[in-house]
Design a protein around this ligand. Structure first.
Ligand SMILES: [Ca+2]
Ligand SMILES: [Ca+2]
Ligand SMILES: [Ca+2]
Length: 433
């Protein structure tokens, strides 16, 4: 077996701290009949035309997880031992290896829990009683009247009146804790079943798993439900990468992004984030951008002056930044939400406090968090792209940010000048262009 390539000083510098922090981090996988392979380390490696899977594994010493021959790369997983033997050997080609961190978190979860806010309305489970197709009646959002104020704030009624396709034909990938597949809110709104994936448990059923009221259970269902309220005829592609506790692997996030692009998603919603950048995820975001796919990420819920990744990379120069949007949260009066992260990398804010949305097991629930802000933007872009106006998705995203409402005139936001993005989502303005 050839050595693991780790000869360059840059790679060594990356590997040493990763190894130190990796001790005892290997996690057991429970639940599914066929457990997903969860390597300790991951890397993207170049894949030339004539190279077989076996020869890749012989070259690098790990295991090939996915191959994209047309695009010339493969994702590989490594054990700590494989990385270590590579480190002591003399390699020839630099490959960026990173720990397959289990630190991605659904952004809505932290705010909800830190505020000790109940996920459920008035502390009670409320049974779902809405008809999904009914939208506005006399200025009331009849689909979920509880959201009328929130949706009036962003001018949704005017936008839905103008965008009469309501997002039809636009596939939105929700990379999250899964979706409650049987919920009546999603009837007729999900992508074909052969496109569903559960990367967490390595199966084809991304139904949410968990216990009512605990952890991240219901997070993905909530996010998908918000996308569909804004763009009721969009198609949801449910991809499960986060477990019931709301955490997941960078590897699975990267694989899900690639899967979404391959499945024809036009927009990817990432209501999740971590405190450090991931190369494998960023490479996947760049590939999505190269195909014109938008990636919408939540800013995080720690009231910090910096965003979680990938939101904090959304303003980077080049296509990956152009096709990415970072989204923070304001309240019903356009004040920064107490939980919302802020910073120069934040591009837009949307109201995301007490947003009513489907919950697992036929329930209606309410959530707060930047996780709820991202799907407001995702749904808005689905609405816009569904009109087939011949405007590129990149320019749509740019227009959405430019046609916002100024929130800095409000004294209470002055402390966050230029750190809450261009402004607050304003669909009346955006759809009037
Ligand atoms: Ca279910
Ligand atoms: Ca599953
Ligand atoms: Ca951007």
């Amino acid at each position: 077996m050839k050595p693991f390539p780790a000869s360059s000083p840059a790679v060594l510098a990356l590997l040493v701290p990763l190894l130190l922090s990796a001790c005892g981090q290997m996690k057991a996988v429970g639940g599914g009949t066929e457990a997903a392979y969860r390597p300790e380390f991951v890397a993207q490696v170049p894949l030339s035309a004539g190279l077989s899977t076996a020869s890749l594994e012989a070259t690098y010493g790990g295991r090939v997880l996915s191959e994209a021959r047309g695009e010339g790369y493969a994702l590989m997983g490594f054990s700590q031992g494989e990385v270590r033997s590579g480190l002591s050997a003399q390699g020839t080609q630099a490959v960026r290896v990173e720990r397959n961190r289990d630190v991605f978190q659904g952004g809505g979860l932290t705010a909800t829990m830190s505020a000790r806010r109940t996920v459920w309305i008035n502390g009670e489970f409320t049974t779902w009683a809405s008809a999904r197709r009914t939208v506005w009646i006399n200025g009331v959002f009849d689909f979920l009247p509880q959201n009328t104020g929130t949706f009036q704030q962003i001018g949704l009624e005017a936008a839905q009146a103008r965008a009469s396709n309501l997002g039809a034909g636009i596939k939105v990938a929700v990379i999250d804790t899964g979706v409650d597949i049987e919920h009546p809110a999603f009837a007729g709104a999900l992508a074909p079943q052969n496109e569903w994936r559960d990367f967490r448990d390595n199966d084809t059923n991304p139904d949410e798993e968990g216990v009512l009221g605990e952890g991240g259970y219901g997070h993905g269902t909530a996010v998908a439900g918000i996308v569909l309220q804004v763009a009721p005829r969009a198609t949801i592609l449910p991809l499960r990468v986060l477990g019931p506790d709301g955490s997941g692997d960078v590897l699975h996030v990267a694989q899900a992004i690639d899967w979404a692009v391959k499945s024809g998603a036009r927009i990817i919603n990432l209501s999740l984030g971590t405190d450090s950048r991931s190369n494998v995820v960023q490479d996947a975001v760049a590939r999505a951008a190269a195909r014109g796919v938008l990636v919408i990420s939540s800013a995080g819920n720690d009231n910090l002056g910096s965003l979680t990744y990938p939101a904090n990379d959304a303003t980077s120069a080049g296509p990956a930044g152009d096709y990415s949007l970072s989204v923070g949260s304001v309240d019903g009066g356009d004040l920064k939400s107490s939980f919302s992260n802020y910073g120069k990398a934040l591009e837009i804010v949307a109201p995301a406090e007490n947003v009513y949305t489907p919950g697992p097991d036929n329930l209606l629930v309410s959530w707060s968090g930047t996780s709820m802000a991202a799907p407001m933007v995702t749904g808005s872009l689905a609405l816009a792209l569904g009109e087939n106006l011949g405007v590129s998705s990149r320019d749509m995203a740019k227009g959405l940010v430019e046609k916002t409402t100024d929130i800095y005139r409000n004294e209470m936001n002055k402390a966050y000048k230029d750190k809450l993005g261009k402004g607050r989502l304003d669909l009346a303005r955006f759809s009037a262009q």
